[in-house]
Write a protein that binds this ligand. Structure first.
Ligand SMILES: Cc1cc2nc3c(=O)[nH]c(=O)nc-3n(C[C@H](O)[C@H](O)[C@H](O)COP(=O)(O)OP(=O)(O)OC[C@H]3O[C@@H](n4cnc5c(N)ncnc54)[C@H](O)[C@@H]3O)c2cc1C
Length: 445
């Protein structure tokens, strides 16, 4: 049995007894969209959840702040009010700019997803989710940095060590917190996974994205806008089209989130100066939009996008990986929030079922449902995504697709459904059937 422990400052006292030897039923490490959504669903299922977050809310997080109907569905499922009155900027679809074309594609009309997307900065988005988890009963500890796993003799995780930073910046002592199951929701670099020996797979696509904010008259645009033409020049001066896109997402508060993301499948990837690329692209946009240095409200900052299940297995030795920690960003469009929230919900459901089983063997069997469900839900689609990112890594393919694809509205409606993973699983239209069929026949990632 683990050592008795004390909870971090400011938390409810932990009661321990022979019947309840752990500090919690589940520990969730990281209160980003994955961790907070998992904690919400675990608490709603009646489990005692400790949600540990190294920062304090509200806090900034480098992101594009764009939410597709997939993410909206998850927010609604957590009982979050997504109305404009509650501060959300609604959008009706995607505007694509490239090859001399402007195309507006409304979000598809589906039974399975709401017909609108949203924009909200991560500054308060993440706090809204964390507070929803807290309201559902999860015990959230902010300023609590998880420093490593606690293992039993068999190498199974039975808790974590954590260090709390006080409000005045001084650090508290390292403590041990225990639970039979731990969810790693600590983002792309997932130090907890690394400490458990789970490294990043190099054979999966990876993106890099940078973003900043400008004050702009375009702040209340109710379309998400993406620009497909990001050009770079090699040493000889030869121009080539990069696999990726630039985005312009109005935030609704007088500012616009502008950024770009590039995939690692092109030869140019290693040599791209992202800040320079962003500046060169924005210098071509009309001056009245305001995307010039004097209107910039935040520095250009970037981070990696871990795609197509780049860290596996998603369950091993008492630990489940959710969100970016498990490499769940969609390779087709770089969207990560919806997949973080969905994997948090799926993991919570599996954990609730497993903890209700009587014997350790039965629990372990139930937990294998988590990687299996992820493979069922996303495996084939992510494999198609890998093929897609490989193809567009060739500048000629990207150029061809932009030039000949964009003028064809039906093809582009199909492309939007494919890239945003928005179909009805049954009873959908012919496009849905083609996409679902392809995802089913592709081997799981
Ligand atoms: C520039 C950029 C633009 C993007 N734009 C979009 C977009 O528009 N839409 C979209 O859907 N996705 C976008 N993404 C992807 C999206 O940001 C991620 O996929 C998403 O944040 C993943 O959520 P997560 O909860 O898994 O991880 P994170 O959001 O990274 O959350 C991890 C949490 O864990 C905490 N943590 C880390 N280590 C510890 C520790 N040791 N102890 C305690 N806590 C810890 C962190 O503080 C953080 O709160 C973008 C990414 C980038 C880089």
């Amino acid at each position: 049995m683990p050592e008795p422990t004390t909870a971090p400052e400011g938390s409810a006292p932990v009661e321990r007894s022979a019947a309840r030897p752990y500090d919690a039923d589940v520990i969730v490490v990281g209160a980003g969209p994955a961790g907070s959504s998992a904690a919400y669903h675990l608490a709603t299922a009646g489990l005692d959840v400790l949600l540990l977050e190294k920062t304090a809310f509200p806090r900034e997080k480098v992101c594009g702040d764009g939410l597709t109907p997939r993410a909206v569905k998850e927010l609604i499922g957590m009982g979050i009010d997504t109305s404009p009155e509650a501060g959300w900027l609604h959008n009706q679809g995607l505007r694509i700019v490239g090859g001399g074309h402007h195309l507006q594609l409304p979000w598809p009309d589906l039974a399975s997803f709401p017909p609108y997307g949203l924009v909200r900065t991560r500054y308060d988005f993440d706090e809204i989710l964390a507070r929803a988890a807290q309201k559902a009963g999860a015990r959230l500890h902010e300023r609590t940095n998880v420093t490593g796993p606690v293992l039993d003799r068999a190498g199974r995780i039975t808790g974590v060590t954590a260090r709390t930073t006080n409000e005045d910046g001084t650090r508290g002592p390292e403590r041990t917190l225990t639970a039979p199951l731990v969810l790693a929701a600590d983002g792309n670099s997932s130090r907890l996974s690394l400490a458990m020996g789970l490294r990043r797979r190099e054979d999966r696509p990876m993106g890099v994205a940078v973003r900043t904010y400008y004050t702009s008259p375009r702040h209340d645009d109710d379309w998400l806008e993406s620009w497909l033409e990001l050009w770079t020049a090699d040493e000889s001066g030869k121009q080539s089209l990069l696999p990726g896109y630039g985005w312009i997402f109005g935030v609704g508060d007088g500012t616009v989130n502008v950024g770009l993301g590039i995939l690692n499948t092109s030869t140019a990837f290693q040599h791209v100066d992202y800040k320079d690329l962003l500046k060169r692209w924005l210098d071509q946009t009309p001056a009245e939009w305001g995307f010039r240095d004097e209107n910039m409200t935040q520095p250009v900052r970037g981070a990696a996008l871990p795609m197509g299940f780049n860290r596996q297995p998603h369950y091993s030795r008492g630990m489940l990986l959710i969100g970016d920690a498990g490499g769940m960003v969609n390779p087709f469009n770089g969207e990560g929030i919806a997949y973080a929230m969905e994997s948090g919900r799926i993991a919570a459901d599996v954990v609730a079922q497993a903890l209700a089983r009587e014997t350790p063997d039965a629990r372990e069997r139930a937990l294998t449902a988590y990687p299996a469900t992820l493979k069922d839900v996303y495996g084939g689609y992510y494999t198609l995504g890998r093929v897609f990112v490989k193809l567009i890594g060739d500048p000629r393919v990207m150029q061809y697709a932009t030039k000949y694809g964009l003028p064809r509205p039906t093809l582009m409606r199909f492309t939007l459904k494919m890239l945003a993973n928005l179909t009805d699983p049954s009873g959908g239209d012919a496009m849905d059937r083609v996409i679902n069929g392809l995802s089913k026949v592709a081997p799981a990632a």
